[in-house]
Ligand binder design. Structure first.
Ligand SMILES: *[C@@H]1O[C@H](CO)[C@@H](O)[C@H](O)[C@H]1NC(C)=O
Length: 468
């Protein structure tokens, strides 16, 4: 190189080369804004397995998981090899065996009610692989013939490319299970009234199933799941709340979900006059709130055994399923813990059901295990899968204690007093407000979930106390 500096060659040949390079760079720049995120996502850190704040844009400095940064780890941002646009009711054979290592995970939503699915939709999007989560796609198995709900599915949900529907020929829950048609896929069955998930819930539920062949199914640690509510009661997460019996002068604004914004309960220490804790009292009025007890005399006013949760039993049925008041106390307590970043209070390691019945609101299965169980012998899919079939196989159904999900309500809680039970609270409005504020605007994760791998050197779950 001469002392006069670098000479730019100006022949037409070089002009063409520079122009081409500039155009290419501009193309790469444009792609970095595309929704697919090929470029943007490749350098984002991997999500820690727990305690990542829910839904808020997560902190950038979450430690990387070293096992997942090897060049052999499959990229999670590439388009899946299978056809995600399968049509309604198609039974598509598994054309491509799953790539060695990476587990394909499908969300299976038993679809019915649009006002609930509007909330779940935001969590599902945040859990899609394309957005940094783990779900390759979501299948909505149709369980309704209400036109408005089907219009919402067809016109709003299905316009999203990683969503598809499954229309069973049979009616009821049994037909919906026929959406499971890939042996090597893990299906996460999600009820349409699941109204809250943490970012790592799906990983927490699927990982133990991948690691332990002796598990038949792994449930999330579901809030409002009968027997688990009893567990939660004894973990001490139920807070003192009573219903507001008279319409307030200033109701909570539409966007309010925080328990700290609620006024204090002012009534007697044993609860509002005439209000029974066993759920036999109807809701005071539609849209009513439950108010926190903030009394100086804690012994008298906050004795947990005076509140609806004291009626809970370790049972898939009974008061845990039927009592709308325990469900109300449970949800308002959860809003308080959610606001205070204390969801770890609910967590434990693995809880083994030992062939007892568990409510299947949010539960992961291997596709092959479901396909081998066809045809289900009777219409009680829950009893068949979690009690009879699991016992026959000698494989257990367990709860992953660090995988939280919130289930809005069971039918007896909704139907209590001709609909004047849980649906007369403002709980669903609060979950909707939370999702609108902190989940729906952020479908894409800043911190990508670690891909789940089927390997010989499995990641072992840590011992008891995990997540506390
Ligand atoms: C909970 O976490 C969020 C986000 O990190 C933070 O903004 C908020 O102040 C925390 N709340 C409490 C009560 O610590």
């Amino acid at each position: 190189m001469s002392s006069r500096g670098f000479k730019i060659p100006l022949s037409m040949h070089w002009v063409a080369v520079y122009a081409f390079a500039l155009v290419s760079l501009f193309g790469v720049y444009l792609l970095s804004f595309s929704d697919i995120g090929y470029f943007r996502d490749d350098h984002t850190p991997v999500e820690g397995s727990q305690n990542v704040p829910v839904a808020q844009p997560p902190p950038a400095a979450v430690p990387l998981n070293p096992t997942l940064n090897s060049p052999n780890a499959p990229s999670t941002s590439t388009t899946p090899a299978y056809d995600s646009n399968k049509g309604a009711g198609d039974h598509v054979e598994t054309l491509d065996p799953p790539q060695p290592g990476q587990v394909k995970i499908v969300g299976l939503v038993f679809f019915g009610r649009r006002d609930l699915v509007r909330v779940l939709d935001c969590y599902l999007k945040r859990n899609l692989r394309i957005n940094g989560g783990l779900l390759d796609e979501v299948v909505f198995a149709i369980n309704t013939d209400i036109k408005e709900d089907l219009d919402y599915l067809n016109n709003e949900l299905l316009s999203f490319p990683y969503y598809r529907k499954f229309q069973a020929n049979e009616h009821g829950y049994l037909g919906q299970w026929l959406a499971v048609d890939e042996r090597d896929t893990i299906y996460v069955k999600i009820d349409d009234d699941v109204v809250f998930l943490e970012d790592h819930t799906i990983a927490s539920v699927v990982q133990p199933l991948v690691d332990n062949p002796s598990y038949f199914a792994v449930s999330a640690n579901v809030i409002n799941n009968p027997a688990l509510s009893w567990v939660h009661y004894h973990l001490g997460v139920f807070e003192p709340y009573w219903p507001e019996m008279k319409k307030p002068w200033s109701p909570s604004p539409e966007s309010s979900w925080r328990a700290s914004e609620l006024p204090s309960y002012k009534g007697p220490a044993d609860g509002p006059d005439g209000f029974k804790i066993d759920g036999s009292t109807p809701a005071p009025f539609p849209g009513h709130r439950w108010l926190p007890v903030r009394h100086k005399n804690k012994d008298e006013y906050e004795d947990p055994t005076k509140f609806p949760a004291a009626t809970l039993t370790y049972d898939a049925h009974g008061p845990s399923l039927d009592n709308w008041a325990t469900a109300a106390q449970l949800h308002y307590s959860f809003f308080q813990h959610l606001e205070n970043n204390e969801t770890s209070l609910y967590k434990f390691a693995i809880w083994d059901y030992h062939y007892a019945r568990i409510s299947i609101n949010f539960i992961a299965f291997r596709g092959g295990d479901i396909m081998d169980a066809y045809p289900f012998p009777h219409s009680d899919d829950e009893k068949f899968l979690t009690v009879e079939h699991s016992k026959k196989l000698g494989k257990h159904v367990v709860v992953a204690g660090d995988g939280l999900a919130v289930h809005y309500a069971f039918r007896p809680q909704r139907r209590a007093h001709d609909g004047h039970g849980i649906t007369d609270t403002d709980i669903l409005r609060r979950y909707t407000a939370y999702a609108k504020e902190l989940v729906c605007p952020f479908p894409k994760r800043e911190v990508k979930a670690s891909p789940l791998l089927r390997t010989e050197q499995k990641r072992r779950r840590k011992g008891p106390g995990r997540g506390r």
